[in-house]
Design a protein around this ligand. Structure first.
Ligand SMILES: *Cc1c(COP(=O)(O)O)cnc(C)c1O
Length: 252
């Protein structure tokens, strides 16, 4: 009996300690984002912190929500759907939102529509058309970002920057899609290349704004290893996973 109670108490203490970690870490991250923003004369409130929850479960999402996070990123449609379903069972999590940040195949779109507030990873016209069609069927408008392969790495998905003007022209005309901006991923472990990648994304956005008149307010870039550089180069949304959730994550 007592052993079982001790075990339950032990587990509760562990959760409390993890919740404390999440809260302290969040304060540090918000401070670092704010400092990076101010270092280039930006207003820190322009930058949203998305907590990438792909490696943790609903219990940790709940603790992160208690620590102050409201928006979470998932990279697999099925996991997104599962976590959204679990969160909707819990009235205290009613203000939790999810974004889809990972590779999306057309046959998985229905798991994402209605479950994600923003799809970061529209990486082909085929996918854009499919999202448009399914969204119209459901009578919804899906906010989307176009993923751009700014760095040109063969392993990365996303549109070629050379084609992005024609792509935006076409996607602008699709019903059921609200085009909100651009997303990119930088190559890991090279800060100089990361900076050029994020700068490239910002310049593309400026060019597209001028050409199309679309405001394209969202620039989604920056992860655990490079988010301050991303903020300095104009990110409005950083996607942080390990540095939010993993106490063992080694910085810099
Ligand atoms: C996992 C993931 C992230 C977060 O990466 P971390 O390095 O853990 O911060 C951001 N964006 C995408 C698309 C991801 O898949």
């Amino acid at each position: 009996m007592d052993a079982r109670r001790d075990e339950a108490t032990g587990r509760q203490n562990e959760l409390d300690a993890y919740g404390d970690f999440l809260r302290r870490r969040r304060a540090v991250l918000l401070e670092r984002i704010a400092n990076a923003a101010r270092s280039v004369g930006r207003d820190p409130s322009e930058v949203q912190l998305l907590a990438v929850s792909k490696t943790v479960d609903v219990a940790q999402v709940e603790l992160a929500h208690k620590a102050g996070y409201l928006t979470f990123g998932e990279n697999r449609p099925q996991e997104l759907k599962r976590k959204v379903g679990a969160v909707r069972q819990n009235p205290s999590l009613a203000d939790v939102r999810f974004h889809m940040i990972g590779n999306l195949q057309t046959n998985k779109i229905n798991q994402v529509l209605g479950n994600a507030d923003l799809v970061h990873s529209v990486s082909s016209l085929h996918l854009a058309h499919a999202i448009s069609t399914r969204s119209r069927t459901r009578d919804v408008v899906t906010p989307c970002l176009l993923e751009v392969n700014v760095s040109g790495e063969a392993s990365k998905s996303g549109f070629d920057p050379e084609h992005i003007v024609q792509v935006v022209d076409e996607v602008m005309g699709l019903e059921g899609i609200a085009l909100k901006g651009l997303m990119t991923m930088a190559p890991a472990n090279n800060k100089e290349v990361a900076r050029r990648t994020f700068e490239g994304l910002r310049l593309l956005r400026e060019d597209l704004r001028t050409r199309t008149g679309l405001p394209l307010p969202v620039l989604s870039c920056g992860m655990s290893g490079d988010f301050e550089i991303a903020v300095q180069e104009g990110a409005t949304l950083v996607r942080l996973g390990r540095i939010v959730f993993d106490p063992a994550y080694e910085d810099r």
